[in-house]
Design a protein around this ligand. Structure first.
Ligand code: HEM
Length: 126
């Protein structure tokens, strides 16, 4: 079910999340600061991120159904996430939001919410 008044609905639902995630991992897979911690094949990573961002922005709770409680910080602990890697992740996301043609005010709203979560994922000082 797509609830009216959510960011998920306002940006155009699954198709837009799909474009965003595809544009994002295309960049992650080429980013020198991110390559060392991500798998070579990003298909499964992208699939999980599609489910997560769908529910994070107010769509159906697909991630919970597939993977259980997100516990995102805990799931990121095996990876060294420095401020530099956080910045790299957010740079990829910022460009992906433009490529996926997510328009304002949603582009900034999404980026701000993801920035807060990204700060929470850092687990190692530079
Ligand atoms: C701060 C920078 C971040 C880095 C460097 C990072 C890195 C990673 C890595 C290496 C993985 C594992 C990929 C795999 O094995 O398939 C992962 C998984 C994931 N990340 Fe991040 N991440 C960051 C921020 C975020 C943020 C801000 C979110 C959400 C808003 C997020 C959501 C996820 C999700 C949903 C998964 C899949 C978890 C699972 O079900 O296994 N990440 N991330």
């Amino acid at each position: 079910m797509t609830k009216p008044g959510t960011i998920f609905e306002a940006i155009g639902g699954f198709d837009s999340i799909d474009r965003l995630v595809t544009a994002f991992y295309k960049r992650v897979g080429k980013h020198p600061k991110l390559i060392p911690i991500f798998p070579d094949d990003l298909t499964e990573t992208a699939r999980k991120q599609r489910l997560f961002l769908t529910q994070f922005f107010g769509g159906p709770q697909l991630y919970n159904e597939d993977r259980g409680h997100p516990m995102l910080r805990r799931r990121h602990l095996p990876f060294v996430i420095t401020p530099e890697r956080r910045n790299a992740w957010l740079d990829c996301m910022s460009e992906a939001l433009i490529e996926a043609e997510i328009e304002e005010p949603y582009r900034t709203a999404i980026f701000d919410k993801l920035s807060m979560t990204a700060n929470h994922m850092m687990n190692t000082p530079e």
